[in-house]
Design a protein around this ligand. Sequence first.
Ligand code: BES
Ligand code: MN
Ligand code: ZN
Length: 493
Amino acid sequence: MPLTFSLAATAPASLETPLLAVVLPSEPTLTDELTALDGLLHGALMRTLARRDFRGGRDESLLLVGGEQGVQRVLLVGRGTAPLSRIGARRAAAVAARQAGKLGTGALHLWLPGGDAASVEGLVIGAAAGSWGYPDLQTPPPERDRRARVEQVTIIAPDSEAARAAFAAGVAVAEGQAIAKRLGQMPGNYCTPETFAEVGRDIATRHGMGITVLGRKEMADLGMGAFLCVAQGTPQEPRLVALEYRGAGADQRPVVLIGKGLCFDTGGISIKPAPEMEWMKFDMSGAGGVMGAMEAIGRLKPAINVVGIIGSTTNMPSGEAVKPGDVVRASNGKTIEIINTDAEGRLVLADLLVFAKRYNPSIALDAATLTGAIVIGLGQHAVGVFSTDRTAADEVLAAGEAAGEPGWPMPMWDEYREQIKSDVADVKNTGGRAAGSITAALFLQEFVDGFPFVHLDVAGTAYSQSDLGWIPKGPTGTPVGTFVEFVRARART
Ligand code: BES
Ligand code: MN
Ligand code: ZN
């Protein structure tokens, strides 16, 4: 079942493989390397291109049948007209891996003629994305109807230091995304706050990281009244998990990554409408993203300190649940009037942001499926990026773009703060319908003290309600790529 990756410099025509996917640009021509491959196909490739049956458009694919041995099938995959990039390679590889899954070849060789190191990284990440699945809870079909899942992915590329490094980076990100996606896809009764503690311990053990796990009692001792009021409606033990990766001296201030981990969000007493409520199992995607990023960082070992903090619970209505009008006190002493118990993510994050201060962060980033308003504003193609620090926001935007998880800057002007002023407490937890994502970000800012902070609203991007062609509907792996790219870029400078 586990997916394994390798890198090989073998000439494509001399491969022994059930499936060789060849990623080609728009209107491809027959190069010498392709001619060698065409020999094995008795000229089928040349005829296919001459007839323009395959034109190399983005997401286009065509299967050619090879011989009994050697290259047994050739899948042509288009990457369109865009210049060669990590993201283009990722997308084509995902298309290839999805096709491989449908064919049931088990193994897949991927070749992007003329590709560079960046494309090697993209191919690995894409192949992982396209072959990802969560079959755990489904009865497998009878033997004869079964198609083997992709288990072996080999990237064909000329051997070089750069290709090997890019390959390793690709595997690290892919493994990180696999963790995030798995946690995302797990139903709320399988992925519980304790699951985050278990996954955290596993990552810490394998990569030699420090770990702290807090429960209700420890959080109460720290005065985390904001986080705990969300956990008040569930008998489940809430969890705060902090992972500490040490890649630089103890005097180096860490990058702190923070994630919202609502294993399910019913809305609490301000209960959500029933239609589509099942999607709220993805309300832990920010925390899943932090876990995935820490896995990737553990593998990549960048020369920088990174702390990952997640807060996990389930937002439930009950006789003991927090209710509208209640006032709670966060661990920095600020009081919060609860207007809507469905604005729970920001309450959890408030105490995590106060907790983050103990690590003396050089910067803190949080990812959260925080508002429905960001889905209305930006849809599923852009992460909402919020910061009062322009430079910090730009750094995150650059990381997101490089990772193929583009973000878009949102304002955090003081004018909007009026909306979250309370008559009875220091702040209210909602500011009305207008600018809902912005007032949520401004609420978070109330709990930041002494370090730059960037908030990523991933409510529209962490999962997709529709099949995107190159990746199936469900968890997308966002924001793992952005976090990892941000940390790698900081470690380089
Ligand atoms: N987890 C939701 C945000 C969400 C909504 C994510 C839809 C993905 C899709 C969050 O906890 C929430 O319920 N936010 C409320 C805030 C409101 C009560 C101010 C929202 O967006 O409706
Ligand atoms: Mn909610
Ligand atoms: Zn929520």
